[in-house]
Write a protein that binds this ligand. Sequence first.
Ligand SMILES: [Zn+2]
Length: 323
Amino acid sequence: MSRQALDELKQQISLLDYLQGQDWQPARRLSRGRWMGLCPLHSDHKPSFLVDPGKSLFYCYGCGRGGDVIRFAELYHQVKFPQALALLRQWRGLAPLLHEATDFYRMQLHRHGEAVAYLHRRGVRSPELIEHMRIGYAPGGCLRGWLTRLGYPLHALRQAGLVTAAGYDAYLHRIVFPLEANLYGRSISASAPAHRFLPGVKGGLYEWERVRRYPEVILVEGLFDYAVLWQAGFQNVTCALGNHLNARQFRQLCDRPRTVYLTLDADANGSGPQAAQSLSRSLRERGITARLVSLPEGHDPNSFFVGGGNTQQFHHLLERAGL
Ligand SMILES: [Zn+2]
């Protein structure tokens, strides 16, 4: 890679964006737009990691390491220079592609009655909610054409997982919810697997930046659970996209003292309550107050509201949640 191509890559990827994409949070603002925060490269207890967004450089007063975004990727992912470049190029390429795909799917939603009807069946009605969650629909058979006309090469679409190896749209008849660096697709047809993600990580907790300021947080498993709670006026809800938290989601929940209402599904096979019990133990070990919300037999938050449950009734469930 030439010097010029390297400089271009560094210009296109802001160090601060990349750090935040890896869940780094600035703790304190310094003069000249610089930030201090915990060092993601060593086990840091008081902020010693300095970021200068203007110069796109970092330096850690704890472990003494510093440099540009490429150096950061090398150290953070523990890879050599060429792999760090590849990771950064992939990161740069994926974001605009997912953005375009999201916009396209959102345009499709109201053109497809079957998608809107499915949303209604799951209790998703308010236009504000659809806007807030940027919900779209993948009819299948048209995303590839749209993105290639916009100039995205086929190999990039395949690499992102939007198009299959055989060249077809990967998401077909799916309601699509954009995540930080992925797209969740819920099949509206019973003959396909219900849940799909693009290859790569599911990311952190849903909408965490909005939710983390609340001293009490409701944690649910699925985005349709999130949707009905948000629609019912619960702003302090977040979603794990499954009944197990990844390491990053766990760190997020523990980033300050708070109460977490675990509202995981009451599955018939008991895996939901088990997951909730073990999660509540781990949270308590980290000083978080975990409360287990019991839904009526056989219900998840989505079916609770779809079945006629209302805001007040859910408030009662929260009040009755056990420790
Ligand atoms: Zn450090």
